[in-house]
Design a binder for this molecule. Structure first.
Ligand code: SF4
Length: 401
């Protein structure tokens, strides 16, 4: 056994592609992305939202390009974005061409609604000339029509239709020598989505963008996404993820990061271990756990803090965390790096955890990190990434170099 980060299965080998300066697939960590819900034609609102999403942990952001007005706003948006952008195109291949012309970093096409191979080829040729990648985004809700069936012939299962739709479009791209491809095969139904991804993962080498489509409201959508995406990631399948919630897209990002943190695939910000409380509890633990979470998340450093209500599991969890509390009646033991460092009264729980946590952060990241991060909500990951909102995208040649 080892304490090193692990995946439950070896990561599937995929061909790396780039969206701007962000590598997806190959040996890159699983990339977090989301999508704006502003009117893309409103460049100012869209850029503002992209910056908020980047600050919340999005490494790639997709924008809908449903019409000419949206395409016309892209040069302004692309010029001011802190993270690479993908244009989401349905139906009209001319919008893909306009997006490429505007300097977009990646495209998402849906094979279910650009069914003309000639038009797809025009887009691929332009993408190839500009060195941008294309995600083939299959969605169970917009699959190509089923070809005419012979008498008595059963229609293929939905997962097969999803895989066939992806392979059809992959074939067009590969015929043109284009391999900067990502794939998604999203469905609302988790077993359908998992089956489709497993199948395509065994058939082609391209990186996979995982997601449960239209997953729902934050409560049920989070669970549905965590199960679908989590099952696949645990099997080593998946190179980038998006959680789709009926909410402000900023809410999607903590869910993405918590999925990755749960599997020890990536770290960002604090991880709080808190007991659910039960009849043994003798302190007011739930408000304390929330207060601890709020403060350590604001510090933005990857640290694990345990807030435990009694001596049953408290010492064990606290020892495994960077900092921990095992509470008892009116007082509690404070742990740092596996050792009890002091015993404090209940009214000192929070300040003691904060103080010990700051010591751990200062040791790991320097004195400034233990104080400067307090005002920031931007997390910082062990796998170092340049803070998104302060990053300027390099030129295309440099990105691909
Ligand atoms: S740590 Fe103690 S109080 Fe908390 S749930 Fe477990 S047994 Fe109950």
């Amino acid at each position: 056994m080892t304490d090193e980060p692990f995946t439950l299965a070896p990561r599937r080998t995929s061909r790396p592609v780039y969206v701007g300066d962000v590598q997806v697939g190959g040996d890159a960590p699983v990339v977090v992305q989301t999508m704006t819900n502003t009117d893309t034609a409103d460049a100012r609102s869209t850029v503002e939202q992209v910056v908020r999403l980047a600050d919340a942990g999005a490494e790639i952001v997709r924008v809908a390009v449903p019409d000419k007005r949206a395409a016309e706003a892209l040069p302004d948006i692309v010029g001011r974005t802190p993270v690479p952008l993908i244009a989401d195109i349905h139906f009209d291949h001319r919008l893909a061409l306009a997006s490429i012309e505007a300097g977009i970093h990646g495209l998402r096409l849906n094979p279910g609604n650009i069914r003309d191979a000639t038009k797809v080829r025009q887009v691929v040729q332009a993408a190839k000339e500009r060195g941008i990648s294309i995600r083939i985004g299959v969605n169970e809700g917009s699959l190509p029509p089923i070809p005419a069936l012979a008498d008595g012939e059963l229609p293929p299962p939905k997962t097969q239709r999803m895989v066939d739709a992806a392979l059809w479009e992959i074939g067009i791209l590969e015929e043109m020598g284009f391999e900067d491809i990502k794939l998604s095969l999203k469905a609302f139904d988790v077993p359908t989505m998992v089956t489709a991804y497993r199948e395509i993962a065994s058939r082609v080498p391209y990186p996979l963008h995982l997601g449960v489509t239209e997953a729902g409201t934050p409560g049920s959508g989070t669970v549905r996404s965590a199960v679908g995406i989590g099952v696949l990631l645990a099997e080593g399948i998946g190179d980038t993820i998006r959680v789709s919630l009926a909410a402000d897209p900023v809410e999607e990002l903590p869910v993405c990061w918590d999925i990755l943190k749960s599997l020890n695939l990536r770290q960002r910000g604090a991880t709080i271990v808190a007991c659910p409380t039960c009849g043994r509890i003798e302190v007011d633990l739930i408000p304390l756990a929330n207060q601890v979470e709020e403060h350590f998340k604001a510090l933005g450093k990857p640290i694990t803090v345990a807030v435990m209500g009694c001596v049953v599991n408290g010492p064990g969890e606290s020892r495994d965390a960077d900092v921990g509390l095992a509470a008892g009646k009116g007082k509690g033991a404070i742990f740092r790096k596996g050792e009890v460092v002091r015993t404090v009264r209940e009214d000192e729980f929070f300040s003691a955890l904060l103080e010990e946590g700051r010591k751990v952060i200062a040791e790991r990241f320097g004195e400034d990190a233990a104080t400067n991060g307090e005002a920031s909500t931007v997390g910082e990951e062990v796998i170092a990434l340049t803070p998104a909102a302060s990053r300027t995208l390099p030129g295309r040649a440099a990105r691909r170099g």
